[in-house]
Design a protein around this ligand. Structure first.
Ligand code: ATP
Length: 259
């Protein structure tokens, strides 16, 4: 196997039970650099729970999570973030009383801190110029430079979601996870975020995982689609194949609310 064909992230028979309910049931999948995989499925299928098992928010009942071939199943969320699994958290990781720029600076600093000792951090950021320039770069990428001094609590929902993407970019993770990144955005904000996700994938050969309900977003971004249903993986392949498969039509695409 060539290095390019090595998965950066894998799950092996990954499961979690809540009491008697198996929310994620023996899901095995490989995720490759430069590939954007969209995870779809009906409400309650286990998509968010699967994300939580990968990012470390929930402990697996059984099975394995591998990052670059190393077993990270027992690592907590913070350690997984430091190792390169970044996730946009539906606004829960924003500091509402800080400004937009301060929120991104914290992410840049936290990234710089990974693998550095205090002395190198202090030396590196002693003037703060680098820090400010880097934070502004990420804000420009999400078209939010003009809001840099606005407190987060005063932002629109769409701007908060864009800021979340800027923070994720600033963490520079090898694996990026997005949970419905355009949810609640206005029609004109959606393309900004979709273009950005396209660009990010192409630039850095990143592994991107995305949970999405909107089929137009799925079609515009997916290199590959995984379908979960009742916690199990029921389809995995290229978008055309998966969308056409009878099990997907029946389990998911056939329902008018998702068509
Ligand atoms: N902490 C928990 N305790 C008990 N049950 C849970 C917990 N988290 C999730 N579940 C259950 O696990 C199942 C999968 O939920 P999950 O939120 O992962 O589905 P989903 O596919 O993300 O749904 P949606 O599209 O509605 O967000 C559901 O039956 C849910 O009620």
């Amino acid at each position: 196997m060539t290095p390019a064909a090595m998965p950066s992230l894998s799950t092996r028979e990954l499961s979690i039970r809540f009491g008697g309910h198996v929310a994620v049931d023996q899901v095995s999948a490989d995720f490759y650099p430069g590939t954007l995989t969209v995870i779809v499925g009906p409400n309650g299928a286990g998509k968010t729970t699967y994300f939580n098992l990968i990012s470390g928010q929930l402990p697996a009942s059984s099975g394995t999570v591998l990052l670059d071939g190393a077993d990270i199943t027992r690592h907590g969320a913070a350690r997984r973030t430091a190792l390169g699994i970044g996730r946009a958290f539906q606004l829960t990781n924003l500091f509402p009383h800080l400004t937009v720029a301060e929120n991104v600076r914290l992410a840049v600093q936290s990234r710089a801190g990974a693998g550095m000792n205090m002395r190198s951090m202090l030396t590196r950021w002693s003037s703060h110029t680098d820090l400010i320039v880097r934070a502004d770069y990420y804000l420009e990428r999400v078209s939010m430079a003009s809001r840099r001094d606005t407190r987060v609590m005063a932002l629109s929902h769409g701007d908060k979601r864009k800021l979340e993407v800027a923070i994720l970019l600033a963490l520079e993770p090898a694996v990026m996870m997005f949970d419905e990144p355009t949810a609640g955005m206005s029609v004109d904000e959606v393309p900004v975020v979709l273009d950005l996700i396209h660009q990010v994938k192409a630039e850095r050969n990143r592994t991107i995982l995305l949970v999405e309900h909107k089929m137009d977003v799925v079609r515009s971004l997916a290199d590959r689609i995984i379908v979960l249903h009742n916690g199990s993986l029921v389809a995995d392949g290229n978008p055309a194949e998966v969308m056409a498969s009878p099990i997907v039509q029946q389990a998911y695409l056939g329902t008018p609310e998702h068509a």
